[in-house]
Design a protein around this ligand. Structure first.
Ligand code: GDP
Ligand code: MN
Ligand code: MN
Ligand code: MN
Length: 250
């Protein structure tokens, strides 16, 4: 397989047709996977806001006060309000805000970003990233699209790219029922390929001023496996998430 960045993309603005911009710059093949950083999807979809767009509730002020106290830095209650409005569940409120978004993704600050955003405004994640992926795919010569974000993870330092939306391919390869080298039948392995492709693409995209938000993955085959579209865990089966809800930062 090969990965390369779509060259010469400009600063993306509200209303831009990302699919057309990519198609103009790359001779895409049908089986390419086009991996798009959510930052530019959000910009195109007009998900840029000003702190003043959010009116802090008493709850947001309480959260911001606590976070300010812990970090020793003044935290803006309007930012906490933005996070609350983007979220369906507050999983941790200190020492940082960990929430679930409407579309099922769990992340710090509901994925609200201030890097690579002109004027230091707030950039919210796309409302429905898989629907964004489907819209982008419609305008492309390629048949598979993944929308990514950069996220931290528990248990490990550092951040990496993850998939938050996808269209035109299953989220996972289901190896259950296939055999290992010893002939043993695999009972649990479901390989999340959209996250793996998102990480690989993010490695090429970078995090800074590279200007390369769209990566093409060429000559990668899903292969002869069953597919599964499960990606975000449901609360019921997510024991780590349940444990975190009952945990309190001291
Ligand atoms: P995120 O991971 O979705 O939060 O996006 P990042 O802020 O990490 O940006 C990923 C890549 O996209 C980096 O190479 C940025 O320089 C680039 N990027 C971000 N916004 C734009 C834009 O509007 N236009 C272009 N050409 N590149 C951008
Ligand atoms: Mn981001
Ligand atoms: Mn990033
Ligand atoms: Mn293994």
């Amino acid at each position: 397989m090969e990965l390369f960045a779509v060259p010469d993309l400009p600063e993306i603005r509200k209303g831009d047709d990302l699919a057309a911009m990519v198609d103009e710059r790359v001779d895409l093949r049908e089986d390419d996977v086009v991996v798009v950083a959510s930052t530019v999807v959000s910009k195109a979809e007009g998900r840029t806001f000003d702190l003043d767009d959010f009116l802090a509730s008493p709850r947001a002020r309480e959260i911001a006060d606590r976070l300010s106290e812990i970090s020793g830095e003044e935290k803006d209650p309007r930012f906490a309000q933005a996070v609350l409005e983007e979220s369906t569940e507050l999983i941790m409120e200190a020492p940082f805000l960990l929430t679930a978004t409407r579309f099922g993704h769990v992340g710090v600050n509901a994925g609200i970003d201030r890097s690579n955003v002109p004027g230091g405004d707030l950039l919210l994640l796309p409302e429905r990233p898989s629907e964004s992926a489907a819209r982008i795919r419609e305008g492309l010569a390629a048949d598979r699209v993944i929308v990514t974000d950069t996220c931290g993870r528990p248990f490990r330092h550092g951040q990496r790219g993850v998939a938050i939306g996808w269209d035109g391919m299953p989220a996972s390869r289901d190896w259950r029922g296939e055999h290992d080298r010893d002939g043993r039948e695999m009972g649990v392995t479901v390989q999340n390929v959209i996250d793996e492709l998102a990480s690989a693409a993010n490695l090429v995209a970078g995090e800074g001023d590279g200007g390369t938000p769209v990566i093409v993955v060429r000559d990668w085959a899903f292969g002869d496996h069953d597919g599964s579209d499960s990606h975000f865990r449901e609360v019921e089966g997510d024991f780590v998430r349940q444990a975190l809800r009952d945990w309190n930062y001291e």
